[in-house]
Write a protein that binds this ligand. Structure first.
Ligand SMILES: [Zn+2]
Length: 258
């Protein structure tokens, strides 16, 4: 069977669930995704870097997209095989699938059900919300813990990591736009704020990115850890969905037709 068949199958299985999942997502997400991820992962037994990224010995950042961690493009589309753990109920499964469909609607990424493809993403309910950066060989996981991580923004965030994207606040040019207040960071969490030599794909620094953490992420004292240089009172890190720049970056990295 062709990838196109799986794409069709994928859509047909999920269309009826779209409305219910979107309503649940918005109503439940009174907290920003970065707060959700930080809170859920605070109790995680998983070793994570940058808050929700599984460390890899061979790859650790967006620069990996220049050396092999992109997903392959076949014709006009980038096919990413996926599987979803049986531990999720129908509503939880719908949230994941509908979040994946937002990529179909805005980019050339096409998630297809995995059969025997060697590289794939498996969604499961692990200890927290986390992902790996870019495509890994022989499969990889995205953990979306039940009762904690199942929101459209969180799914999009972790999927963007798997597509090769890092957090907005660690991008290479961030020092022009934000100040990191190291004195307010929880001791031991400073590594979450280390800048990465990212490829920013000619997109502007974006406070509305679903990849941008909030001002108080990893704060030890209730004071901000990240402030905008243009406006110290700017409230950010509250995205409920991918921003226009998030979408533009996916399209540019993967050469989607504009
Ligand atoms: Zn993240």
């Amino acid at each position: 069977m062709t990838p196109a068949f799986f794409f069709s199958l994928f859509l047909s299985m999920t269309a009826v669930c779209l409305r219910a999942a979107v309503i649940r997502d918005i109503s439940d997400e009174s907290l920003s995704f970065s707060v959700i991820i930080e809170r859920v992962n605070a109790n995680s037994s998983k070793v994570l870097i940058h808050g929700d990224i599984v460390p890899a010995s061979t790859r650790n950042a967006d620069p990996c997209t220049a050396t092999g961690c992109k997903w392959p493009k076949i014709g006009s589309y980038v096919f990413v095989p996926v599987s979803i753990g049986s531990e999720y109920n129908d509503q939880e499964r719908s949230i994941i699938i509908n979040a994946l469909l937002t990529f179909h609607n805005s980019t050339c990424i096409r998630f297809v059900w995995r059969t025997n493809q060697p590289d794939f993403i498996h969604f499961f309910s692990g200890p927290g919300c986390y992902s790996q950066l870019g495509r890994q060989s022989r499969g990889q996981v995205i953990s979306l813990q039940r009762n904690g991580c199942l929101f459209q923004s969180t799914v999009q965030h972790e999927v963007l990591h798997a597509l090769g994207f890092h957090h907005e606040q660690v991008r290479s040019d961030r020092d022009q736009y934000v100040t990191i207040l190291s004195g307010n960071i929880i001791p031991g969490q400073e590594g979450n704020f280390v800048k990465v030599p990212t490829n920013n794909l000619q997109t502007p620094y974006d406070f509305t990115s679903v990849m941008h953490y909030g001002s108080f992420t990893f704060s030890k004292n209730g004071q901000p850890t990240i402030v905008a240089k243009s406006n110290p009172n700017l409230n950010f890190g509250n995205a409920f969905q991918m921003s226009a720049s998030d979408v533009a970056r996916v399209k540019r990295l993967y050469g989607c037709c504009e």
